[in-house]
Design a protein around this ligand. Structure first.
Ligand code: ADP
Length: 160
């Protein structure tokens, strides 16, 4: 069985993430969505809230998708889980530099784990969780960027 890990903050999950996950599911039998908990990054949503949004959003794929959190190095956790690949999404050349460094560092740390990259549909190539949070803050239109369920959570957060 071919298993891959898709790590990220998912704070919150967007149509860009979903697009990458669905592309990866065409190649791998099982995809583990790994919500990375990074103390250096201030998240808007708790780990539990992020898991809940990913689960609701990917509910049609839950037979082949698992959702976990990770406070460890991604590559160590990937190896521990017996997965062979780390899935990442590429939006534009700006993502490349960072991914290039991470991939080579990860190869040094775990030679048996490789990275694999997918490009999103062009319509999501500018989309990030940060953009979505900014739009939500100013009560802008969110329907084309996140599923309904995530939009509701964002609206609730900014209503408080
Ligand atoms: P991180 O903090 O690890 O970058 P993110 O949740 O922002 O976590 O992103 C996780 C992964 O999903 C990254 O590989 C990122 O490039 C990818 N990703 C996020 N949004 C998009 C998008 N709109 N199109 C393609 N890939 C995306």
């Amino acid at each position: 069985m071919k298993v891959a890990v898709y790590p990220g903050s998912f704070d919150p999950i967007t149509y860009g993430h979903i697009d990458i996950a669905e592309r990866a599911l065409k190649v791998f039998d099982k995809l583990i969505i790994m919500i990375t908990i990074n103390p250096n990054k201030r998240a808007m949503f708790s780990a539990e809230e992020r898991i809940d949004m990913v689960r609701e959003t990917l509910k049609d794929h839950l037979n082949r998708v698992e959702i976990i959190t990770c406070e460890d190095l991604t590559v160590n956790k990937t190896r521990e889980l017996g997965a062979t690949h780390i899935v990442r999404g590429l939006r534009a050349v700006t993502d490349f530099e960072y991914e290039f460094q991470m991939t080579h560092a990860n190869r040094v740390l775990a030679t048996e784990v490789d990275s694999i990259f997918f490009m999103t549909d062009n319509k999501y190539s500018f989309l990030s969780s940060n953009t979505v949070k900014e739009i939500a803050q100013f009560d802008g239109e969110l329907a084309t960027f996140v599923p309904d369920y995530v939009e509701q959570k964002l609206r609730q957060r900014f209503r408080k």
